[in-house]
Design a protein around this ligand. Structure first.
Ligand code: GDP
Ligand code: IMO
Ligand code: MG
Length: 465
């Protein structure tokens, strides 16, 4: 292949969560970013600060919500058109990055990205409260109202901030929101509180005004034509996609790899196969169906109502091999530190669900997989995998239209767990772990390119089997 042909072969690589979010996408992106050069590009294409992507850098832990997780590398970073951006949150987030890391010159924002306004946050929390038991369990970051204003064709976009009528438009939309809060939800806005929020919002707007504003499609084309690499950092997970996730327990954007094209305004042919990130088990924050949840409904209610301090009181030392599945789930949560990076909520825990994973892999064209957090299983006697569902007496490995309205009995296969810790095996994997991985690769028809054995970037075992 000559150089010109090679340039045209270049495609964006989406890095996508294959479960309900928090699979370890941040670490995956940071790892790839460390080998990228300054002309390569990392983009976010959807979502907002509902994302919480944890990375470890120089032995320090960072959680990114809007800024791409590759910020510590050399590559350009871009907040794409499909995102919703809370400017106050963006400004705050930049403050946690050490002063010696020059990233502002590498950062650009799409003029099409939607602005999350202070009243969007109020609409999110008030509407969730009024839903009571029917709530989605949103992150409370105003994501759904921000995207709602896009489809209502009245949202304010980053590009609008440079026009003289911006403040007027802002005030008009805020009035509409205040009216909705009162008439639809009976909520009277606290003026003093709103003013304080607005101060932070406009400080954030002034911050954004000084950033590079670039069309996503243009910045992508320049990188592709120059033969450079582009990583599209997914947020949330495939099962939270607004259309193809478990509606209505979803986020409000397209989290799957097809969202890369609409989220950047580029033709789908520029999007290559995805790298799918999955945990060695499954977690979920918020409401909605979860067929393989340890402890079933008990766990769902517990995680909705309790905080970590309550859990530590009731389960000071949970046994991963307890006869009680609820306790096994608590142990998994404790060992995996499965507490929401954005909300501090208890993440619900359960075993890998192959029907769901196969579905996610297909939707994203995920030809390569990363399995994170295998080390969390160290203390279990066996690792379970749901291979099929029994629905109305039939054994299936496909998923029904509506998981929450279908009686599902998961069918499990168990694999024995290795002795000791993964870190005892000198950078290799014990045969029990390899058996499990090979089984997954065969069943999922995809390559597992590395396995996570701890939270830091170097805590991985690369493919060698
Ligand atoms: P993201 O939203 O997909 O980026 O994932 P989160 O950052 O919300 O959650 C993943 C958590 O697992 C973070 O605390 C990571 O530091 C941690 N993590 C990632 N990979 C591994 C791993 O292989 N082993 C362990 N023990 N922790 C990991
Ligand atoms: P990362 O990128 C896990 C969940 C919320 C809720 C639903 C809707 O860190 O993987 P929203 O605030 O988007 O309207 O909430 O989606 N959710 C996430 N769960 N990880 C995330 O992001 C999530 N972002 C949203 O808990 O159930
Ligand atoms: Mg997360």
């Amino acid at each position: 292949m000559n150089k010109t042909e090679q340039k045209h072969q270049n495609k964006i690589t989406p890095i996508i969560g294959l479960q309900w979010g928090d699979e370890g996408k941040g670490k995956g992106v940071a790892r790839i970013a460390s080998s990228l050069s300054k002309k390569d590009l990392i983009v976010r294409f959807q979502g907002g600060n509902n994302a919480g992507h944890t990375i470890w850098h120089d032995s320090k832990c960072y959680v990114f919500h809007l800024i791409p997780s590759g910020v510590f590398g050399k590559a350009q970073i871009h907040l794409g058109a499909g995102m919703v951006i809370d400017p106050a949150s963006l400004k705050d987030e930049t403050k946690v990055i050490p002063k010696n890391v020059s990233f502002i010159p590498r950062l650009s924002v799409s003029p099409h990205a939607i602005l999350t306004m202070p009243t969007h946050l109020l609409l999110d929390s008030v509407s969730e409260k009024t839903k009571g038991k029917k709530k989605i369990g949103s992150t409370g970051k105003g994501i759904s109202p921000s995207y709602t204003d896009l489809t209502l064709r009245r949202a304010l976009r980053v590009g609008d901030i440079f026009y003289p009528d911006f403040k007027k438009k802002y005030a008009a939309l805020t009035r509409e929101h205040i009216n909705t809060l009162l008439t639809s939800f009976g909520h009277k806005v606290d003026v003093k509180d709103l003013k304080a929020r607005e101060k932070r919002f406009f400080d954030g707007i002034n911050f954004v005004k000084n950033l590079k504003i670039r069309e996503s499609a243009q910045i992508v084309d320049e990188a592709l034509e120059g033969g450079h690499q582009i990583i599209a950092e997914g947020a949330q997970g495939s099962l939270l996609d607004v259309r193809f996730g478990h509606f209505p327990f979803v986020t409000s954007s397209h989290t799957i790899s097809a969202g890369v094209a609409t989220g950047l305004g580029i033709p789908p042919e520029k999007v290559g196969p995805a790298i799918g990130i999955m945990k060695a088990y499954v977690t979920k924050v918020g409401e909605g169906p979860f067929p393989t949840e340890l402890g079933g409904k008990r766990s769902a209610v517990w995680c909705r109502d309790k905080k970590l301090v309550d859990e530590k009181k009731k389960y000071p030392d949970p046994n991963p091999n307890s006869k009680d599945e609820m306790e096994q789930g608590v142990a998994l949560r404790r060992l995996g530190n499965e507490i929401g990076a954005t909300t501090g909520r208890l993440r619900r825990t359960g075993w890998i669900d192959l029907p769901l994973l196969k579905h996610a892999i297909k939707m994203n064209n995920a030809t390569r997989l990363v399995m994170t957090k295998l080390d969390v299983i160290n203390n279990f006697e066996s690792i379970k995998v749901c291979t099929h569902y029994i629905i109305k007496g039939k054994k299936l490995d496909t998923i029904p239209f509506d998981l929450s309205r279908t009686e599902i009995e998961p069918v499990y296969t168990s694999f024995p767990v290795w002795k000791g810790n993964l870190s005892d095996y000198n950078g290799k994997l014990p045969k029990e772990a390899l058996n499990y991985i090979k089984f997954l690769e065969k069943t999922l028809s995809a390559d597992i390119i590395y396995v996570g054995t701890g939270p830091e970037e170097h805590h991985v075992v690369e493919k060698y089997w």
